[in-house]
Design a binder for this molecule. Structure first.
Ligand code: CA
Length: 236
């Protein structure tokens, strides 16, 4: 058992899910604060300043999206959204509104832990960045040298085009967060049309090919099917 002191706020009205999340996290050494409604969630957020939030979108006294937008006005605390498998649109809307990640119900112990670890990694990186930390980005064997705009894997330059580099650097700047297609397209091309997603997917296919990722390998960039992409931070 770990004895980390990270505090996670879970906002979920369904008792069995709340209990499941609490049990897993508490067993792994997290402090857990529970809230059953959006109103309780806001109060708990303000009084406990959690390191991460797990947020159900369907709450009895309002939409989890309202909580998300409110918190994002002032805080960068990682927020993981819980959604049902059928709510694909809600998931994307939540990511676009600043959620860091999502978990689709039903979910298992391993997935929950991995997503919380990734969220907390973001939190640490934000802290490091605000303390004027690392100049280069590094995860596993991948290094981004921001000065020279080069991406290295195991010390070897993988020779990306400007657009490909911009995409990788953007994902790295939001490492651990799922970036939706529309977020990426807006940042990279500043405009979008009917072919934009396809254009992004073609660029991403080239990036993966240059990274030499084979199926089953550790993935630097995770394809979140139908939603977007995420720079993996949960990799050793
Ligand atoms: Ca609910």
């Amino acid at each position: 058992m770990n004895s980390n002191k990270y505090k996670v706020l879970i906002i979920e009205d369904e008792g069995n899910i709340r209990h499941f999340v609490k049990t897993i996290l508490a067993t792994n050494g997290y402090q857990v604060v529970e809230a059953k409604t959006a109103a309780e969630g806001k109060m708990a957020f303000m009084s406990h300043s959690p390191d991460a939030v797990i947020l159900d979108l369907g709450l009895p006294d309002g939409d989890g999206m309202d909580f998300l937008r409110l918190i994002r006005l002032d805080f960068s605390t990682p927020i993981i959204v819980l959604s049902a498998r059928t709510d694909e649109k809600d998931k994307v809307a939540a990511l676009d509104a600043g959620a860091n990640d999502y978990i689709t119900k039903p979910f298992g112990t391993a997935e929950l832990q991995a997503r919380v670890r990734a969220a907390l990694r973001i939190h640490q990186q934000n802290m490091n960045r605000s303390l004027g930390g690392n100049k280069n980005f590094q995860v596993g064997d991948l290094i981004i040298d921001y000065d020279t705009r080069h991406v290295l894997i195991k010390g070897e330059d993988i020779k990306l085009t400007q657009t490909e580099y911009n995409i990788v650097a953007l994902l790295a700047a939001h490492a651990g967060k799922v970036m939706t297609y529309s977020e990426i397209i807006k940042e990279i091309w500043k405009w979008s049309d009917a072919g934009s997603v396809k254009k992004l997917q073609v660029n991403m296919a080239n990036i993966r090919k240059k990274m030499g990722i084979r199926p089953g390998d550790n993935q630097y960039i995770i394809n979140e099917l139908g939603v977007g992409y995420r720079m993996n931070v949960d990799m050793e």
